[in-house]
Design a protein around this ligand. Structure first.
Ligand SMILES: [Zn+2]
Length: 234
């Protein structure tokens, strides 16, 4: 009798997905050692697919390989990094929303509405919506960045892996209620081809998200000053 052997790609994807979920849920704590041998033993696979999964996670900036220290999970964003991340997003994404709000075939409003509806269906069906919320947020913003038709703009945001890091930092909006309300306003302005409203709605959303995530630091004593992100540089 022959055994069913999963295809190598499937095996690789599973290890990657399992480890990524553990890092995002903090089951693998930030800045802690990850041992190839232990994972390989636990998952009953060879070292090679584990190494490949760790390389992918390095690409997501969730794992870092340090000389003589091996693989470790990356640290959580600190408060300054959170502010810097939102400063970058505030420079780029309101502009992208404005660019997307045009009467043309590249207007992403259909994709934005179906993304919103899809998330609401999942939200009603699931108890724990954290994973669906981060995927929805990532895709919603991605549609708008793609509609800007500027590869460098798209890459600048993509390389920050901001959603993965924010998600790991703090579940800023457990139900997704505020996020959905703010996304709706952005989608409506883009659908109405109203660039001013689209830019403003994106700025308001990012400011709202920034303060929700900044709430994660209120528990710590060494929060320090809480500078407001630059909202208008041009
Ligand atoms: Zn969002």
């Amino acid at each position: 009798m022959s055994e069913v052997v999963p295809p190598p790609n499937g095996e690789k994807k599973d290890i990657y997905s399992i480890l990524r979920a553990r890092i995002l849920d903090l089951q693998l704590p930030p800045d802690s050692k990850v041992t190839i041998d232990a994972i390989a033993r636990e998952m009953n696979v060879s070292h090679t697919p584990v190494r490949e999964a760790l390389r992918q996670l390095e690409g997501d900036n969730l794992i870092v390989k340090a000389p003589r220290r091996g693989y470790r999970t990356t640290s959580l964003l600190n408060f300054d990094q959170l502010r810097e991340l939102f400063e970058l997003r505030l420079l780029i994404e309101p502009w992208a929303a404005r660019s997307a709000a045009t009467n043309s075939l590249s207007n992403p409003s259909r994709a934005l509405s179906s993304e919103l509806e899809g998330f609401l269906r999942k939200r009603d069906a699931e108890d724990n919506i954290r994973h669906s919320l981060v995927t929805h947020d990532m895709q919603f913003h991605d549609h708008i960045l793609q509609a800007s038709r500027n590869t460098f703009v798209h890459q600048a945001i993509e390389t920050t892996h901001s959603h993965l890091h924010l998600f790991r930092l703090y579940p800023g909006d457990w139900t997704g209620e505020q996020t959905v309300g703010e996304h709706r306003l952005i989608a409506e302005a883009i659908q109405a081809c109203d660039p001013d409203a689209a830019e403003q709605a994106m700025r308001d959303h990012l400011m709202g998200a920034y303060y929700r995530f900044a709430g994660a630091f209120e528990k710590h004593e060494d929060v320090g000053p809480r500078p407001v992100p630059i909202t208008q540089l041009y």
